[in-house]
Design a protein around this ligand. Structure first.
Ligand code: MG
Length: 380
């Protein structure tokens, strides 16, 4: 039995993680759960999976939850200290980290410092604090493993290879809703941008897919996870989204990871690693896909991808600034106060006025995050 803690159990990754646990109840069990505010769902999950401890980050309904869970012998904790209690829970062998936003950084660092195996679903913490996380993991013996589908693909291709044999990591991108459509980015509405051709996801990541910032964040994520230069990470547009990632060896040979677009696959691999579980998820049928297409990304039309590379090359706090400025720009676009075409311009301006701090501490990363949010609120 592998004992799992899930931070962010009521979001879509958390819910899918619990589906995987349920389908493999002979191999996996849940010992701790944490959620931000969805107290009803957290209660249902706790009743069903019987963890030792649950954390409700926002404490106003914690009394109700405590009364409901006490008879079941489940302890309730709250706030940032509660999240840290869950992420460092002694009985948990592996932590699935799926909480959105900067609030997750402290519990994530604590888990890594405690030497846990941490499966990370959100790219933001790896973008903001990738270097710091790697330093901490190096000291504690903790390990970061990916759930993001492209990175899971890279990880599966890289497993057991010597780093010296690998020349390039290649991420695929579906291209988003505007890849082959002639649209005026100054007039794009949030409804158009939220219509993603392949994946059904939350609004933030769907807009990031439309601007290609999702891929800009993912190149940084890949460089941080696999400890390579960002210039060794390539992106290719692949609208079918069947090939998730490839690696190229020094001799030019390439290896790809393919699969259907179902988040349970990368989640399950992260949980079963170093083994593999059988499941009832439908397999990929290449004969029904029939053809694959690949294209070079257009960095002029989609400058956010280039900004991702630029932020990582400059390093230090710059990726955190890119991430924060993007988050605010996307919120402003969704709220109707910023045109789609201005999202990259705002991020570029915020980056241009930031002087990155090398090897930043958590406090310096959070400072850069706050500073960039403030700037991005004001720029046009
Ligand atoms: Mg991805």
């Amino acid at each position: 039995m592998k004992k799992i803690a899930i931070i962010g159990s009521t979001g879509s990754i958390g819910v899918n993680t619990l589906r995987v646990v349920e389908a493999h109840s002979g191999e996996l069990c849940v010992v701790a759960l944490a959620a931000k505010q969805n107290v009803r769902l957290l209660f249902e999950q706790a009743k069903k999976f019987r963890p030792h401890i649950v954390c409700l980050f926002e404490s106003q309904n914690a009394g109700w939850l405590e009364r409901k869970l006490k008879p079941l012998g489940i302890r309730v904790v709250t706030g940032i200290d509660g999240l840290v209690t869950v992420s460092t829970f002694l009985r948990a062998e592996q932590i699935v980290f799926a909480m959105v936003g900067a609030v997750g950084l402290k519990p994530l660092l604590a888990a890594v410092e405690a030497g846990k195996v941490v499966a990370i679903a959100n790219k933001e913490p790896l973008v903001m604090a990738g270097e710091l996380l790697r330093r901490k993991a190096g000291r504690s013996g903790g390990r970061l493993i990916p759930i993001d589908s492209e990175h899971s693909g890279l990880w599966q291709c890289l497993e057991g290879r010597s780093k010296a044999t690998v020349k390039k990591l290649i991420l695929t991108s579906s291209g988003g809703p505007f890849f082959n459509r002639k649209v005026d980015f100054r007039k794009v509405t949030s409804r158009e941008a939220l219509r993603h051709p392949r994946w059904k996801m939350g609004p933030k990541i769907t807009i990031d897919s439309a601007t290609l910032m999702n891929k800009g964040l993912e190149v940084i994520e890949a460089a941080n996870l696999f400890d390579v230069s960002v210039d060794q990470v390539d992106v290719v547009i692949h609208p079918e989204a069947v090939v998730h990632a490839l690696i190229e060896f020094v001799d030019g040979s390439q290896l790809a990871q393919l699969g259907i677009t179902d988040m349970r696959l990368p989640i399950q691999y992260a949980l079963s690693y170093p083994h593999r579980f059988q499941n009832s998820i439908p397999s990929l049928n290449l004969a029904s896909v029939k053809s694959f297409h690949f294209y070079q990304p257009d960095l002029k039309r989609f400058p956010c991808l280039a900004l991702g590379y630029e932020a990582k090359r400059r390093g230090g706090t710059m990726p955190a600034v890119l991430n924060a400025a993007n988050e605010v720009a996307v919120q402003r676009f969704l709220g109707g106060s910023l045109p789609f075409s201005q999202i990259p311009k705002v991020i570029e301006r915020v980056m241009a006025s930031h002087r990155p701090v090398k090897n930043p501490s958590l406090a310096q990363i959070l400072d850069a995050d706050r500073w960039a949010c403030g700037k991005a609120e004001r720029y046009e």
